[in-house]
Design a protein around this ligand. Structure first.
Ligand SMILES: NC(=O)c1ccc[n+]([C@@H]2O[C@H](COP(=O)([O-])OP(=O)(O)OC[C@H]3O[C@@H](n4cnc5c(N)ncnc54)[C@H](OP(=O)(O)O)[C@@H]3O)[C@@H](O)[C@H]2O)c1
Length: 356
């Protein structure tokens, strides 16, 4: 883990317990308490102040789920955007326990679970509209859960699901190979200091690209240390113009900031250059429509798709020391609201982690 600074009532019904006992194979010492602490909000908006600590029953498991004692959870901008009402009126159902990226230890397994056992250390990408990660325990489907390789911490793993998978899928979208066969392109990654950007810079370098990245002045050194060949302060005129020292245009731009505009990207692209946009705004959405069939400069949006093989791949890279989770800050569960505020600020350097 690289530290960027120099790197959260009711009773359980007896019938529920009986059903639970039938559905769940409790292997080893029963580690399930009746209730747990969780953080919930009960309506749209309100930011960190709307987060409330509650004591609720530990979730019961479906046949294909595991019960994870959460050790670390990472907050993503999407978590905050859901609270803001991004997916209203359909998502979420209130009260809602936010956060989808969790890592910890399995304490129970459902009857149909075949891959995991009690005691396994795992990371899960919870279903975002069900979430549940900001709690002491969470029920996760076996299908969204991956075992941690030995030596990979739960903090490092918790950073990976949303940000790491999005970064990996973006660099794959520009043809990146990780087996040493890729020739490499001249690429730009915006917000190389963010949750996605920190993973994207490292992955792009593993794919032999020549990488220019943008970030704020305070993170120039950090992003260079992650391997970027050139780093531009986005608040300078050169940085805003996305100009690298060589004057060479970019074959690809991976955009990870809502502030990134097609009007700035277009002149910086080579004649057949392409923008892979992870944080589309209205103007870029229009650009993606207008350039849909373009054989020259083009902007395409890439959306995260669940991929447990991809998550295993990232975990192996972390295990091998080839990929690091940049940690902005670690917050105790009692201070989950601080973590929420930090993520909402849009000024995190890497991942914001809550530890249970
Ligand atoms: N497409 C998908 O499927 C997908 C999946 C996940 C997330 N996303 C979206 O991707 C975006 C990035 O997510 P994230 O987790 O990486 O965000 P993040 O961690 O909150 O990003 C924060 C970082 O961005 C930097 N930054 C802000 N404005 C910048 C600018 N104009 N130029 C360069 N750097 C800038 C900040 O630097 P300073 O503090 O120095 O300003 C900070 O280090 C979000 O909009 C998120 O919703 C999309």
């Amino acid at each position: 883990m690289i530290c960027s600074r120099a790197f959260f009532s009711s009773s359980i019904q007896e019938s529920t317990q009986a059903t639970l006992a039938q559905e769940v194979k409790i292997m080893g010492d029963p580690a399930r308490p009746e209730t747990m602490r969780a953080v919930q909000y009960s309506g749209y908006g309100g930011g960190a102040a709307a987060l409330k600590y509650v004591e609720i029953p530990v979730p019961s498991l479906k046949k294909d789920e595991v019960l994870i004692k959460v050790e670390a959870a990472s907050i993503n901008p999407a978590d905050c955007n859901i609270q803001k009402g991004l997916l209203r009126p359909f998502v979420p159902r209130f009260p809602f326990i936010p956060v989808s990226d969790v890592a910890g230890e399995i304490v129970e397994v459902g009857a149909a679970v075949s891959e995991f056992k009690v005691g396994d250390r795992v990371v899960s990408k919870l279903i975002f509209w069900k979430a549940g990660g900001l709690a002491e325990y969470v029920a996760a489907s076996e299908s969204v859960t991956v075992a941690l390789p030995a030596g990979v911490s739960t903090v490092d793993a918790a950073g990976l699901p949303v940000a790491g998978l999005t970064a990996l899928q973006a660099v794959r979208a520009i043809g990146t190979k990780f087996d040493g066969t890729g020739s490499g392109s001249n690429i730009l990654i915006t917000a190389g200091s963010g949750g996605i950007g920190t993973y994207a810079v490292q992955l792009a370098k593993l794919g032999n690209h020549n990488v220019t990245a943008t970030c704020g002045a305070r993170n120039l050194e950090l992003v260079a240390d992650m391997g970027a060949d050139e780093v531009l302060d986005y608040k300078t005129p050169e940085g805003a113009a996305l100009k690298n020292n060589s004057g060479k245009k970019y074959d690809y731009i991976v955009n990870t900031t809502n502030a990134g505009k097609w009007s700035a990207f277009k002149p910086a692209l080579s004649s057949h250059g392409r923008v892979v946009d992870l944080a589309p705004n209205l103007a870029n959405f229009v650009a993606s429509m207008l350039t849909l069939f373009s054989k020259k400069k083009k902007l395409s949006t890439v959306l995260l798709s669940l991929g447990m093989e991809d998550l295993r791949f990232l975990l192996e890279l972390v295990k091998e020391g080839k990929l690091k989770t940049v940690v902005d800050s670690r917050h105790p569960f009692d201070k989950a609201a601080d973590a929420w505020e930090k993520s909402m600020s849009g000024h995190a350097t890497g991942k914001v982690i809550v530890e249970m």
